[in-house]
Write a protein of this length. Structure first.
Ligand SMILES: Cc1cc2nc3c(=O)[nH]c(=O)nc-3n(C[C@H](O)[C@H](O)[C@H](O)COP(=O)(O)O)c2cc1C
Ligand code: SF4
Ligand code: SF4
Length: 283
C-alpha cells in the first residue's frame, strides 16, 4: 500500500515536515509538486496521497491549487493534507476539499503545524532564533507521531481551526471583511502573481542564488543582476527573499501594505539548503 507525499516548500518548513513524515510511514515517497506543474494532467500512483505545503495568505499556495486542478487521483483511496503556518487562521482545507470533490475524492484528514514565519514584510517581524525554532519543532515532532498513527491506519481526522492566532487582533466584523479581502487578493495572485513585487538593492553580490531557488523560474540573471520577469507567474514562495545571502532582495510596498524587509531579518529552515529548494524543480 504505497503512500505518495507531494510537497511544496519555499523555505524548507514544509520540506522538513514532509521528510520527517516520510521517515515514519512505510513504503512512502516524496514528490515535489513544482516538478510536475508543467504537465497537463498529473497522474498519481499512491493508494494514500499526502499534500504538505505552507499557508499563503490564509489559504493554499498558488502551486498547490494548480496541482489539485491537474491531478488525476484515481489511484488514491485516502487523501490527507498538512499545512505549515506562522500565526493566522487557515481557510484552505475547504478549498482543497471542493477541488477534490470534482474528482470524486474527499480530503479525509487534515492537520495544521505551527512553524517559523518566512514572511518578513511586517513592521513587527522578528526572525526566529535557534531556541524559537527548537521549541516549535518539538511540538511538530509530537504532532507528527499522532499524524503517523492517523495516516497509517487511514482514520478520518479533520482538525478544526477555530481560534484566531496573533495575526488578527481586531473585532469579528473587521476580521470577516479583512479575511475576505486577503482571500480575494490571493485569488488575484493566481493570475497576476507578484508582477512588480520584488527588487534587489545595492547589497547584491551577483551570486545568482535567487535565480537557483526561484520555484517559478520568474528570476533570470541578466547582466549579472536578477530580473523578475513580468510575464512569468510568481508562486510567492519567498525563497528569493529569504535565501539571498546579503538580504538584498526586497519586497516592494503594495497598496495598503507597507513592506519592512529593508530593516527586517530573514528565515529559512536550518536543514533546508539552496539545493534542497532548487531540487524541487527537478532540473
Ligand atoms: C506569501 C506568504 C504568505 C503567508 N501567509 C501566511 C498566512 O496567511 N498565515 C500564516 O500563518 N502564515 C503565513 N505565511 C508563513 C508560512 O505559511 C510559514 O512560514 C510556512 O511554514 C512556510 O513554509 P515553507 O518554508 O515550507 O515555505 C506566509 C508566507 C508567505 C511567503
Ligand atoms: S541572491 Fe541576492 S546577492 Fe545573490 S544575485 Fe540574488 S539578489 Fe544578488
Ligand atoms: S520570484 Fe521569489 S517568491 Fe516568486 S517564485 Fe521566484 S523565488 Fe518564489
Amino acid at each position: 500500500m504505497s503512500t505518495e507525499i507531494y510537497y511544496f516548500s519555499g523555505t524548507g518548513n514544509s520540506l522538513y515536515v514532509a521528510r520527517e513524515l516520510q521517515k515514519r510511514i512505510p513504503d512512502s515517497t516524496l514528490i515535489p509538486i513544482i516538478s510536475l506543474l508543467h504537465k497537463d494532467i498529473i497522474q498519481t500512483n499512491g493508494k494514500t496521497i499526502g499534500i504538505v505545503f505552507p499557508v499563503h495568505a490564509l489559504t493554499i499556495p498558488i502551486a498547490v491549487s494548480r496541482f489539485l486542478k491537474k491531478a488525476d487521483m484515481k489511484s488514491s483511496k485516502y487523501v490527507f493534507a498538512i499545512a505549515t503556518r506562522g500565526h493566522t487562521i487557515f481557510r484552505g482545507f475547504k478549498k482543497m476539499d471542493k477541488l477534490l470533490k470534482k474528482k470524486n475524492k474527499r480530503l479525509d484528514s487534515h492537520f495544521i503545524l505551527n512553524m517559523s514565519v518566512n514572511d518578513p514584510r511586517d513592521k513587527q517581524y522578528k526572525s526566529p532564533v535557534e531556541d524559537d525554532i527548537l521549541k516549535l519543532e518539538s511540538v511538530v515532532q509530537e504532532k507528527l507521531d499522532l499524524i503517523e498513527n492517523i495516516v497509517v491506519n487511514k482514520k478520518i481526522s479533520r482538525e478544526k481551526d477555530t481560534e484566531y492566532l496573533t495575526g488578527f487582533p481586531y473585532n469579528a466584523v473587521f476580521n470577516y471583511f479583512l479575511e475576505k479581502l486577503v482571500l480575494f487578493g490571493m485569488t488575484l495572485s493566481e493570475y497576476i502573481g507578484g508582477v512588480n513585487y520584488f527588487c534587489s538593492d545595492s547589497k547584491c553580490t551577483e551570486c545568482g542564488i535567487c535565480e537557483k531557488v526561484c520555484l517559478s523560474q520568474k528570476i533570470k540573471m541578466k547582466d549579472k543582476k536578477p530580473v523578475w520577469q513580468k510575464d512569468v507567474l510568481c508562486y510567492m514562495c519567498y525563497a528569493c527573499v529569504n535565501y539571498c545571502p546579503s538580504q538584498s532582495v526586497q519586497i516592494n510596498d503594495i497598496p495598503f501594505v507597507k513592506s519592512y524587509t529593508r530593516q527586517n531579518g530573514r528565515y529559512y529552515h536550518p536543514y533546508a539548503t539552496v539545493k534542497d529548494i532548487s531540487n524541487q524543480k527537478g532540473m
